[in-house]
Ligand binder design. Structure first.
Ligand code: MRU
Length: 353
């Protein structure tokens, strides 16, 4: 029986003002905050008030529009817009969607700044950011449509991190596929990796599944191998922060381990991502800059110290899954199976990208 799911949105634009759902407070509290300067936006991205590859691109683009609006209203020269662009780019290094969205809005700004009045320029920049936002939503619905066909009628699906409405404009990529399959009436149980240390799985994915009434179990990251070896997991599906020319994928730390488990135990391992996640200028995963975050994210949990004060911790935020470990990449334009440089190029070219 087909079901109808809720539409969760992590951001809202009202009269050129940007409000975001503070993901640091979830699941305890649903707090909406206004980001009124580009510095606010940069800080929110850096501190992970909002996160997830597509969403940081969208919010980055709105941040640029907000920055230019404030420049103009303060009577400052438009040359200062370059600084806004660089500040927003200097927040998180791994997800390509941030750079993709900022480069896209920057190109429009360069074109429009001499053609339009200042008022028209502000309006056009907000419209462009809004277009990026809406395109992402539609891309996710389409990823869901293509991806859900791969999910058996009854399936235990393991997922990592948060790739849902909270990581995108809405609906989600990997979690979007799960949503679409559930909406289609499939009998699904989701196994949610808690995703240490930021706990995107426990705090955010579980919150989203709870809202939708989709059955799930929260598991520790360490449980995946045991559950897979017992034959309990049918499918693994994850998102991506960057996909290189040869099909290697950067995603939340722990993704690579899951891909090795999937290969060993012969279960499908899918990556769901919009085509804005492809970075054809980067040849392979080894060239992707991997964000390293504060040691304190590992040494504390929920504000409590959980390791000796002087412990040295290594907090890599992402890892690289090689193309050969991936069964298929699910995009809004269709599927890429047999992942290699030539197939990716052909796929994107035939779709006019
Ligand atoms: O550090 P985060 O929470 O921004 O990392 C998010 C992920 O790794 C997601 O899997 C990825 O961005 C895809 S989201 C649709």
């Amino acid at each position: 029986m087909a079901r109808r799911l809720k539409d969760i949105r992590p951001i809202e634009l009202k009269n050129q003002k940007l409000y975001v759902l503070n993901q640091l407070k979830l699941p305890k509290e649903e707090e909406w905050i206004e980001l009124s300067t580009y510095e606010d936006v940069a800080k929110a991205i850096k501190d992970m008030v909002i996160r997830g590859a597509p969403l940081i691109g969208i919010v980055g683009a709105y941040g640029f529009a907000i920055g230019v609006k404030n420049l103009i209203n303060d009577g400052k020269p438009l040359d200062e817009a370059k600084n806004i662009l660089e500040t927003l780019k200097n927040t998180r290094p791994t997800a390509i969607n941030l750079f993709w969205a900022l480069d896209r809005i920057w190109k429009k700004f360069e074109k429009w700044k001499t053609q339009k009045t200042k008022k028209e320029l502000i309006k056009a920049l907000f419209k462009e950011a809004n277009r990026i936002d809406l395109e992402d939503y539609h891309a996710n619905k389409s990823i869901g449509g293509y991806g859900q066909v791969l999910i058996p009628k009854k399936a235990n699906i393991l997922t990592h991190c948060n790739t849902g409405a909270l990581a995108t404009s809405g609906w989600g990529t990997a979690l979007g596929v799960i949503r679409s399959a559930f909406e289609d009436g499939k009998d699904i149980t989701v196994f949610v990796d808690e995703t240490r240390p930021y706990l995107q799985g426990a705090r955010l994915t579980a919150w989203e599944l709870e809202q939708e009434g989709i059955p799930y179990y929260l598991i520790t990251d360490n449980s995946a191998g045991f559950l897979i070896s017992k034959g309990i997991i049918d499918v693994i599906i994850v998102g991506a922060d960057r996909i290189t020319a040869n099909g290697d994928v950067a995603n939340k730390i722990g993704t690579y381990t899951l891909s090795v488990l999937a290969k060993t135990h012969n279960i499908p391992f899918y990556v769901a991502a919009p085509t804005s996640t492809f970075d054809l200028e980067t040849q392979s995963g080894t060239d992707i800059p991997i964000e390293q975050r504060s040691e304190n994210e590992i040494k504390t949990c929920g504000g409590c110290q959980i390791a000796p004060k002087n412990t040295k911790a290594l907090n890599y935020s992402f890892d690289i899954t090689p193309a050969e470990n991936i069964t298929a990449i699910i995009t809004e334009k269709g599927l890429i199976s047999e992942i290699n440089k030539e197939n990716i190029q052909k796929f994107l070219k035939y779709r006019g990208l």
